[in-house]
Write a protein that binds this ligand. Structure first.
Ligand code: SF4
Ligand code: SF4
Length: 223
């Protein structure tokens, strides 16, 4: 899932200082799971805004609405009849959702309430860990399911480097060396031949926004 963190309150308040009626829009999927931008977080943020602006003697009217996914136009259409009542939209979705919202309502200023952090996993309630940087060329099959792009400080596809030290990375003794872990897991699976083979330079595919069209839908999309 996409993991995000709510922005510091004062940053959000500053962005909205010129607006009197703001619709705060949550997203019911990734950011709800990581407790950054779901229905509950929308209510909490609105309450904070109302109180802070009241104290400043500059009251604000807030609306609240949470769609299932802001990265899906089908769900954004639920907002069509609501947004005209507001002079700004505050999105609690990830960067993709915020941009899709801004694309759907180009005449209304859209502001981000969260910082999109990474693609990660849910270790425990309130504890998330980065696992993937969407490189577009997944090598997990070769690396025993450990991502060298995310976990290795140098994003090495052929490791370890000379900085590995008793299982730790040279950048920080508390940071495990990705390639030490890859070695250990491959060894336990009797697959060490995977790291003896040199991995060729990666064809990085993230210099421009990427798109994917599933083949069965391609004809329809391009029609
Ligand atoms: S190699 Fe790592 S960054 Fe690339 S797709 Fe796989 S998990 Fe994601
Ligand atoms: S010590 Fe290991 S994790 Fe750190 S940069 Fe070198 S190979 Fe990557």
């Amino acid at each position: 899932m996409i993991v995000a963190e709510r922005k510091p309150f004062n940053e959000i308040k500053e962005m909205l200082k010129d607006y009197k009626k703001v619709l705060t829009i949550g997203c019911g999927t990734c950011v709800a799971v990581c407790l950054a931008g779901g229905e509950k977080e929308v209510e909490i943020l609105n309450s904070e805004l109302i109180i802070a602006r009241k104290i400043d003697k500059d009251p604000i009217v807030t609306g609240a609405f949470t769609v299932e996914r802001q990265c899906d136009m089908e769900f954004l259409s639920e907002l069509d009849a609501k947004v005209d009542e507001y002079d700004a939209l505050l999105s609690m979705a990830c960067g993709a959702g915020i941009q899709f919202l801004a694309e759907r309502f180009p005449d209304i200023p859209v502001f981000p309430a969260v910082d999109t952090s990474f693609i990660g996993v849910n270790r425990d309630v309130g504890w998330y860990e980065e696992k993937c940087r969407a490189c577009g060329n997944c090598v997990l099959g070769m690396t025993a399911g450990i991502c060298p792009v995310t976990m290795c400080a140098k994003n090495l596809f052929n490791g370890p480097c000379g900085g590995t030290n008793s299982g730790s990375c040279e950048i920080d003794p508390d940071q495990p060396c990705a390639w030490f872990k890859i070695y250990e897991r491959l060894a336990s699976q009797n697959r060490l031949d995977n790291i003896i083979e040199i991995c060729p330079p990666t064809d990085w595919r993230n210099q421009k926004p990427r798109t994917i069209m599933q083949p069965v839908y391609k004809e329809r999309i391009l029609a």
